[in-house]
Write a protein that binds this ligand. Sequence first.
Ligand SMILES: [Mn+2]
Length: 355
Amino acid sequence: MKLGLGLYKSVLTDDNFRFARQAGATHLVVQLVDYIKGGDNPSLTKNYLDGWGVTDNEHNLWEYDDLVALKKQIESHGLTWEAIENFDPSHWFDILLDGPKKARQMENIKQTIRNIGKAGIPVIGYYFSLAGVWGWSSRPSGRGEAQSVEFDASAIDINTPIPNGMVWNMTYNTDAPEGTVAPVSPEEIWDRLNEFLHEMIPIAEENNVRLAAHPDDPPLPTLRGVSRLIYEPDGYDKLLDVIDSNANGIEFCMGTTQEMMKGDVYECLDKYSGMDKICYVHFRNVKGKVPHYREAFVDEGDIDMIKALKILKKNNFEGVIIPDHTPEMSCNAPWHAGMAFALGYMKGAIQSLEI
Ligand SMILES: [Mn+2]
């Protein structure tokens, strides 16, 4: 098992690569979409109900040379670039929305996967969702009044439609006509994922890249009028049934799986790590389930994280675990402190289990 850190685009700097190494990480999961507010102090506890922000990269794809340059920078710090997390919404909005640019965007994503493979990055994590991560609020509800992300379905209207020009909770077109995204049925959303995977998995296989699907957070069957895919453990099975391939994998989010109304996070970890379907793990803890949960420090939530690690060890999981997100700690660098605490816990746990 390998210890990793996930870095947002705004913190892809030499100082943060040093920070990762100092905290014991050997691997990085890198986000190339700039969607978290706060720059050097990224924060998930801001108000994101109106979206993560604007992305305007439709004609600015991820080029091979740029990936290689970043990889060299990462490796100069003794780190390994394990995965990219998330496609840019401006690269695939019409794949998600089944819009007129879908065919062109499919070809663009294929070229992106070729670039990722050629650069030697083994995994691309993706989140196939129209509403995306939406509906969070925050309160000082963590241990010691730590500012924490919370989801409380009773505090918002979960049926608020998605405005035109937005997908994945990000604005990709600031000039979109008035109006909202039409409702999407479960059959429609699964059809869209099906088509996407049948186009992409052969390309991923040829280029030694694994596609890793993140579950729906919050794990509700419908959000903002649009059906979701993996909001209960059956969704993972259904995803894997689309195509039987090593390239069709899971970005296993322990927090999201624990938030699900049905199922058991330990059984899921056991099953999918036993099948070698977990590309990497979001090692995150929470308290509660939908319709109401909050983020917790890694040791204070509902999941017994040591029990989870023992399951991964039993199944010889050799992939990377990263903290995902945590409550913020009261200091000048709340995100960094939260990450350092999580990484220290994870490092200690791994050492104690000799894995
Ligand atoms: Mn996650």
